[in-house]
Design a protein around this ligand. Structure first.
Ligand SMILES: C[S@@+](CC[C@H](N)C(=O)[O-])C[C@H]1O[C@@H](n2cnc3c(N)ncnc32)[C@H](O)[C@@H]1O
Length: 196
């Protein structure tokens, strides 16, 4: 389907006939099967402000479907590395990159315990949706910003979005979770660098 609000960006998305319920028993949440509100806002921002990534090496943390990674590649990023801890997401990212005719490298790993990546910009769409996830992504993204990387976050105001250290760049009305979901306001933030 066309990604809502993003001209020319298409994603394979789940629909009632997809049989995703069969995955419930294996403990895998199909976060990769839909564009999330935070990712949609960040992808809209990159479409409107391609200079945020053009010519740069970008990392998309918690890539899910690959929505933000694809948007970064379409905006002219020199390279894009899409990172996720879910092997199904990594498969979805490859499919969605091919669908959009762009090239994205993938990484199946939790890099949040390590150093900032060898990149210029880190992008993160909707990675504050649960306490345990935010406890890893928040400090990692703050370390990336402190190391001098540009860090952009898209988020619809999830409970575990950090309360401090964010500069608001833009806001968008986007669909939350899936095409049939409600419209919500989501923002794009730049994480302010705080020296370690
Ligand atoms: C809510 S989805 C958002 C997907 C996509 N960015 C979007 O906005 O549509 C969050 C994604 O983060 C991934 N994730 C959670 N913890 C992670 C971690 N420590 N490192 C990398 N990815 C992680 C999940 O597997 C999931 O695919």
């Amino acid at each position: 389907m066309p990604a809502p609000g993003l001209s020319g960006l298409r994603l394979y998305c789940a629909h009632p006939g997809s049989g995703l319920g069969q995955m419930a028993g294996c403990g895998a949440s199909p976060y990769w099967a839909y564009p999330w509100a935070g990712g949609l806002a960040l992808a809209c921002y990159l479409a409107e402000h391609p200079q945020a990534v053009a010519g740069l090496r970008a990392v998309d943390l918690g890539s899910g479907s690959g929505l933000v990674a694809v948007a970064a590649a379409k905006a002219g990023a020199r390279s894009v590395l899409a990172v996720d801890i879910d092997r199904n997401a990594v498969a979805a990212i490859a499919l969605n990159a091919a669908l959009n005719g762009i090239s994205v490298a993938t990484c199946l790993a939790d890099i949040t315990g390590g150093p900032p990546p060898d990149a210029d910009v880190v992008l993160a769409g909707d990675v504050f949706y649960a306490a345990d996830v935010a406890a890893r992504t928040g400090p990692y993204l703050a370390r990336c910003a402190a190391a001098g990387l540009s860090v952009l976050v898209g988020d619809p105001g999830r409970t575990f979005l950090p309360a401090e250290g964010l500069g608001r760049c833009a806001e968008y009305d986007v669909r939350d979770f899936a095409d049939g979901g409600p419209t919500t306001r989501a923002a794009v933030y730049r994480i302010r660098p705080v020296p370690a």
